[in-house]
Every structure is written in structure tokens, then in C-alpha cells.
Design a binder for this molecule. Sequence first.
Ligand SMILES: [Zn+2]
Length: 418
Amino acid sequence: MTDFNISNLANRVMVLNANTEKYLVRNCEYQIVPAIEKHQCNRCLGKEFSEVKGKIYCRSCLNFGRIDEEDKLIKFTGEVNFSKQSNYLNWQGQLSTLQQKVSNELSNSIFEYQKHLLWAVTGAGKTEILFQTINKLLKSGQRIIIVSPRIDVCEELYPRFKEAFTLDISLMHGQKEDRLIATQLTIATVHQLLKFEKAFDVIIVDEVDSYPLFGNAWLEKIINKALKPQGRMIYLSATPPKQFLRKVEKIYYLPLRFHGQPLPVPKSKMCFNQATIFKQMKLLQKKQQRFLLFFPSIIAMKEFAAKINWKLNFECVSSEDRQRLEIVERFRAEKIFALLTTTILERGVTFNNVDVLVYNADHKNFSKEVLIQIAGRAGRQKEHFDNQVIFYYRNYNCQIRHAIQEIKSLNKLGEKLS
Ligand SMILES: [Zn+2]
């Protein structure tokens, strides 16, 4: 690392060992604390411990390397000095009238409130709506991190931000080496925040309603620890749960897709055997209409896939696949005709012109929010706004009903605004 500067470590929390000891140089501000203190882990604030060889260790942050009661942590303090630019945004795109209105609102009230929620339907273009506000924050010297619960989403956001902004951006997640570089703008998975303390002026949380984030008090503590005391939060969601709405101070509402067309309203079909879905798949194949087929579990997906006995260019993708990102990329590039998947692809990913089928939509893994997100994969382009969405079920349930009702009422709201 040629351009390494000790100030890159400001607000980082690291385990003290032979590797990190070398950072404790002169003119470097830090504190050394026990890793575990008063039944709490000082790295992740977790309170779940186990014992190995007579030593207590933290179970919560085990994925980041085991730390036990004899370990010490270094907390680097101080500030990182970022070079100033008069403008950071280099985006040539155009917002719709409604997007521009919401973008202005957010930018104008960003310093007025601490907790903001951008409630935008799937495909509303919420990333682009953030650009103006992020530019304003960067210009005033603020340090920003955008976090998502999913690696796939971070991987998709990173190139878009790199193209839109003129500063260095770091990408941090579990499948990538940590370069220990402090950038003014970072994109990361939520868990990466446990490496920081009082580091960020603004934390933008994408998909705040999704697993494993929603209702997870531990991850919430990690987010708060990484935020500076007077820092601001911007939450993004297409399906914010009711309990969450009470926590925020200011809501920005965008009920229309960027192309101004309504969300595809799912059809629901009773289906007791796979033959019904096979028939639909063959029909789509004949029409050359690409599609996504969602399953409630990996097992259900594999069983179903094993029974496909005709020539079809498809792949299966789930959290178990090492080549997940690569398969998704090939589907996006239209090298794969159909993709069978689990809820791993329910959100954050955009494909051109795909129909969406859901197998066993009445399964408990498909909540109303998940079904709305899944349906939101269809109709993302103006030319194909009316892609088909079909929920196949055995027992029609309230999750299916509520998902369809909410999509219809969002469309009504959008219609009023357009
Ligand atoms: Zn811990």
C-alpha cells in the first residue's frame, strides 16, 4: 500500500496484535481498551458469549475473527482530512419532475432533521434521488457511508456511484479485502460498520425493512456506534413496516416509478402441481419472454429444477452459490434465458424486461413485503412496464391479498400525482 497514511485509521476499531501494533506510531491518536468488558463486547456491543479453553469470547462478531477476554482493542480517534472539491457530482442523467421534487425536498431539509425516510416504490430510482443531497453533504465536508444488508446490492451500487461522483469511493464487504483506506464516501454491508466508532456524519441505510436488518437490535446498535453523536440517518425503503414509520422525523414519499408507469399488478392462480407452471414456462419460452421464477426455499427450487425435462436455457441461483454474482451478471447480459431463484434476489437487482413467477406464494417465507419486492422486479423499463407477475398458490392467504392491494393503492396514489 503506497499511499497509506495513519489518518486513514481514524475512527477505526481494530484488534491489538502483531499486525496492528505497527500502526501505533507517534502523532497517532488512539485508545486501548479490553475487548470484552462488563459482559459486553467493545467491538460489536454484543452480549452473547461462549467459552473455549477457559476463555470467554464474543459470539456475535465471530465472523470478523474471534476475540476473547484477554484481547485488547485499539480505537483510533482523531479525524480524517479529506481534500475539498467545489463539486463532486458528475451525473449526466435527468430526473423526472416528481423525482426532482423529492430530491429537492430531501436536499433542503437534510440539515433540519436527523432521521429521514425516503419511501419510494420499487423502480422509483431512489439512488439517483440521493445524488443531489450526497453532493451537498460532501461539499460541506461530511463523511458518508451507504449500507445495505446485501453484498449483491453493494456490488450493484458501487459502479453507479463511481460513475456519478468524482471522488474516491470505497466498497467494503465480507468477500473483499479491506484496504484500510478512509474515503469520504463508502459503500458497505451493514456488518462492516462494526469496524468503526463515531466515524460517519451521515449513514444511508438501504432496504431498511429487509432481513437481517429489520428488528435486529444488535445491528441497530452497530449502526448507532458508527454514527457521530450529532450524525444523520437516511433510511430507504419501498415497503417500510408500520412500527418503523414512528421512528423517523421526516418522510419523503415517491409512489411512482421513474418511467411514470404503474407497477405491474400481480395475478394469482391456484396451482396444485408443477404442470401448471411448466405450461406457463413453455408459453413464455415460445414467446421468447425471459422470466424469473421465485421459490420459498433452496430445496423446493432444486426439486423443481430436477423435473424440468425439456430444453430450456436456465440456471438456479441461491445464497449457497459461490458463483452467484457471476450467474446474476450472465442473466442480466441475457446469456441465460430464465433464472430460478430464492428470496436472495427479491430486491435491489434490476433486469431488463422479465416476467416474474412465484411458486408456492402462500409459503410463510413470502410475507407481504417480500411479495411486493419480488413483484417489483417486473416492469422496470418504460417499454416493458407491463411485464406479467403471477403468484401461484395452494391456499390464498392474507399476505398475497395485502401485497396485491398495496400495489393497487400505490398505483392509485401515483396516478393522482402524474
Ligand atoms: Zn463482538
